[in-house]
Design a binder for this molecule. Structure first.
Ligand code: S3P
Length: 450
């Protein structure tokens, strides 16, 4: 069975106020930290996508009772405390979720039992040496499937040394990565010495903010972070936390409003921490009227805002260095907007895009090209020339949710009927994407083929 979208373009102006699912990055971390709490936690606003369900299911396999997420995204997690995780009875299935696999490998490397983490075909192609190496450096026993110089899932974890305690760690990441940083901080909760992680530029810092809110000694200094060991000091109590809307999902609605003339959209209750809002910065430089109205902060200090955007004529934009890190998941949405901006937009320093859920540089070039957009790819570079006169197209998602959503937005601005094939992947982050676009007035239809 495969699912495709049929989209009629050009769309009428998109208008409305809406919410997007909860932030995936925040949700994974809230679930993991709730599992380690003493007592019950309630997390509200979890996204209903499969990635977060993978984290919940892995925690359940480790003996943590997780009820939900229910219809409104609320879950109750009965925490087992620092020492309460139990050996699973089979492989831990992480599905398509790199964050699940990487964060949990960090946590599980510090546990006194064996386990194995596996994932779908896409996750099995994603590089894991970046977490295995530093975990081994601090005494963990983690192995993977060696292909050439790289390590891939399935990952096998055995308890570390005779006293089963990991050591302190000082680690410099060659590429900024919140997944790796998060994995090392989680393993550091169980270590005998401090964990110091240095990044070339600071990646999203949700793990740090949450740990700090729970009383863990975590200190940031520029793009370095230090966590002091907590064992022996006790853990934390259950908590009641909301999850803000996912700016990475909101990005596609912002892009849609920017490419469909006459549009005016407000996305409510979105997490707008600066480590995640590189897209808003570049869109503003391109001339987009994007405004953020502050709606306060979560108890773990994540700023929340309503993002308002209107269609506008744009000039080309540039993304590289630290800005790229602050919008690493938003490049597909950016590339769509760039197709309508005057001039050549450039994304640089983007080699990481080749090892996401798909090779996003290749996948974007294929999709943009099919719609008639001129673009060029290099090892870590993407050029997009605009403004393009889009023709209707038939494209594939490459099994990647963000490529599927980018293609749908392009189709809204193309003349005629377009098809995006293989879109079941959108369930990993946003099963309600089609409904959201429809609520704004788009003509998008889901077709199931057997
Ligand atoms: C994430 C970090 C990013 C991002 C991913 C989610 C996280 O990956 O692309 O979608 O929640 O930590 P990297 O940390 O590998 O850059």
């Amino acid at each position: 069975m495969s699912v495709r979208w049929r989209i009629e373009g050009p769309a009428r102006p998109l208008r409305g106020r809406l919410r997007v699912p909860g932030d995936k990055s925040v949700a994974h971390r809230a679930l993991v930290l709730a599992a380690l709490a003493d007592g019950e936690s309630r997390i509200e606003g979890l996204p209903d996508g499969l990635d977060v369900r993978s984290t919940a299911a892995v925690l359940a396999a480790l003996g943590v009772r997780v009820d939900g997420p229910d219809g409104v995204g609320a879950a109750r997690v009965r925490g087992v405390g620092f020492g309460g995780l139990r050996a699973p009875s089979g492989s831990l299935q992480c599905g398509n979720s790199g964050t699940t696999m990487r964060l949990l490998t960090g946590l599980l490397a510090a546990q006194p039992f064996d386990c194995r983490l596996d994932g779908d075909a896409s996750l099995r192609r994603r590089p894991m040496r970046r977490i295995v190496e530093p975990l081994r450096e601090r005494g963990a026993r983690v192995g993977g499937r060696l292909v050439g110089d790289e390590l891939y899932a399935p990952l096998e974890i055995e308890p570390s040394g005779p006293d089963r305690r990991l050591g302190g760690l000082q680690w410099a990441l060659p590429v900024a990565s919140a997944q790796v940083k998060g994995a090392l901080l989680l393993s550091g909760l169980y270590a005998t010495g401090p964990t110091v992680v240095r990044e070339p530029t600071r990646s999203r810092d949700h793990t740090e903010r949450m740990l700090r809110a729970l009383g863990v000694p975590v200190f940031a200094d520029g793009s370095s972070v230090r966590l002091d060991p907590v064992q022996g000091r006790g853990g934390w109590n259950g908590f009641d936390w909301p999850v803000p809307g996912d700016v990475s999902s909101a990005a596609f609605l912002l892009a849609a409003a920017l490419v469909v003339p006459g549009s005016h959209v407000v996305v409510e209750g979105v997490g707008v921490h600066p480590t995640r809002t590189g897209l808003l910065d570049v869109l503003r430089e391109m001339g987009a009227p994007a405004a953020v109205a502050s709606k306060g902060r979560t108890p773990y200090e994540e700023p929340i805002g309503d993002i308002e955007i209107r269609h506008a004529a744009l000039r080309a934009g540039r993304v590289d260095g630290e800005r790229l890190v602050r919008m690493i998941d938003e490049v597909p949405a950016f590339a769509v907007v760039a197709s309508f901006a005057h001039g050549i937009s450039v994304v640089r320093d983007a080699a990481e895009l080749r090892v996401k859920e798909s090779d996003r540089i290749e996948a974007l070039c294929a999709v943009l090209g099919a719609f008639g957009v001129r673009c060029a790819a290099g090892v870590d570079v993407l050029h997009v020339e605009g403004p393009a006169a889009l023709r209707a197209a038939r494209v594939s998602s490459a099994g990647d949710h963000r490529i599927a959503m980018a293609a749908a937005v392009l189709a809204l601005a193309a003349e005629g009927e377009s098809f995006v094939e293989d879109v079941a992947c959108v369930r990993t982050s946003w099963p309600g994407f089609v409904d959201a676009l429809r609520s704004l007035g788009a003509a998008i239809h889901e077709e199931v083929q057997t």
